[in-house]
Design a protein around this ligand. Structure first.
Ligand code: C2E
Ligand code: CA
Ligand code: CA
Ligand code: CA
Length: 279
């Protein structure tokens, strides 16, 4: 119904018309993006706050869209989901990320976990478990080195099905993270219903993080909740030392953000790994 609304103009509005045209050309471009090899992955390090070393990376999709330059997924993931293209794109991302992580592994970069974002559309596909299993086999990446990041919003649509799929994914040996934890209104239901491994504290809680703030109280509560449940906790969007200091005092397991590095191409990430920066 959403797709129909996009392509049919019900009443005249210049704005609506031009945005509709833009959407159609976005779709057309997106359709060609995989075969024209316009997608790449950038990698953002996850830093262990106990040791200061890089222990993993989140793979983030970028589209080298002709005439637009390097394009963030925020501008095209919705369309990709509505059109179903996300399935093909997501399979590409999974394969590319696992291939890269396996290569880093064989270069002897030590224990290293790659995190891949999974769209709810992909998650509810019949063959998602098979896709993940096959990708691991093909790329040779050990399952425990793959973490799938799921946003809260996606999981409660069908609790029984989600529970089953998560169970099957965990039987493969991969890890499951709840992304953007805390922004949804049902965060706690997820913890009650689903066996996950990791919580990623949404960056909206990290943004104003400083001692004595309300956000600090919330972050502290999430960290202690994660600890009681035996889950790993990762803070995202860490941009400054004030936020870092606060996280170190609680203590949070891992952090990710511009303070350590922006998402960067694979080659640059490899260099970063060799340098093993410490905070
Ligand atoms: P996300 O999973 O929450 O990813 C984190 C986003 O925060 C990334 O935006 C990252 O570049 C940005 N970020 C990282 N550190 C900082 C920081 O210190 N400050 C600020 N302000 N931002 C920071 P990006 O790469 O534009 O991705 C946006 C969203 O698009 C992601 O949010 C994720 O939901 C989605 N996405 C990205 N790659 C994929 C993918 O391969 N598949 C799917 N389904 N979704 C993806
Ligand atoms: Ca994510
Ligand atoms: Ca996130
Ligand atoms: Ca997000």
């Amino acid at each position: 119904a959403k797709a129909e609304g996009r392509n049919t103009l019900r009443f005249y509005s210049p704005d609506l018309e031009s945005s509709s045209v833009n959407t159609i050309s976005l779709e057309t471009d997106l359709l060609k993006a995989i075969s024209h090899e316009q997608f790449i992955l950038h990698y953002q390090p996850k830093v262990d706050l106990g040791t200061g070393s890089i222990v993993g990376a989140e793979a983030l999709l970028r589209w080298m869209r002709p005439d637009f330059g390097l394009t963030s997924p925020q501008t095209f993931i919705d369309i990709a989901e509505e059109t179903g293209l996300i399935n093909e794109i997501g399979a590409w991302v999974l394969n590319e990320a696992c291939t890269q992580a396996a290569a880093w592994q064989s270069l002897g970069y030590g224990p290293f976990q790659i995190a891949v974002n999974l769209s709810p559309v992909q998650f509810f596909r019949q063959d998602i478990v098979q896709l993940v299993g096959e990708t691991l086999e093909r790329t040779g990446l050990r399952p425990e080195h793959l973490e799938l990041e799921l946003t809260e919003g996606s999981l409660l649509k069908d609790v029984e099905r989600t529970r089953l799929t998560l169970q099957q994914l965990k039987q493969l040996g991969v890890r499951i993270a709840i992304d953007d934890f805390g922004v949804g209104y049902s965060s706690l239901s997820y913890l009650k219903n689903f066996a996950v491994d990791t919580l990623k504290i949404d960056r909206s809680f990290v943004f104003n993080l400083a001692d004595g703030t309300r956000d600090e109280a919330i972050v502290r509560a999430i960290i202690s909740l994660a600890e009681s449940l035996g889950l790993k906790v990762v803070a995202e969007g860490v941009e400054n030392n004030l936020q870092l200091g606060c996280l170190l005092s609680h203590p949070c397991d891992e952090a990710q953000g511009y303070l350590f590095s922006r998402p960067i191409p694979a080659e640059a990430f490899g260099t970063l790994m060799l340098e093993r920066p410490r905070y």
